[in-house]
Design a protein. Structure first.
Length: 94
């Protein structure tokens, strides 16, 4: 359980990790919700931002990481009001 983000627990599945080309983010929501999704490097620089979008229950988003160099990254999911945020480590491999 994540005490900082109790509303986000169990709402997302990220696979495969480590990832070669495509990373999948599956949402397990009771109802549609608005989220901002971003991928950052270890220095916190934004590499990909999916602006606020409405995510449907059980929706899966495909993220193409094939052009990224092998390295650690972070996938962040946040609510538009920025009150709720979750960060997942992601390892890109060849």
């Amino acid at each position: 359980m994540d005490p900082d983000n109790p509303g986000f627990n169990g709402l997302f599945t990220l696979y495969p990790n480590p990832v070669e080309d495509y990373l999948f983010l599956a949402f397990h929501l009771d109802q549609p919700g608005d989220y901002i999704i971003r991928i950052t490097d270890v220095l916190g620089r934004d590499l990909l931002i999916l602006d606020q979008r409405t995510i449907q229950p059980e929706q899966v988003i495909e993220l193409n990481l094939s052009e990224y160099i092998p390295a650690p990254y972070f996938l962040q999911i946040e609510s538009p009001d920025q009150k709720t945020r979750r960060c997942f480590p992601v390892q890109k491999i060849d």
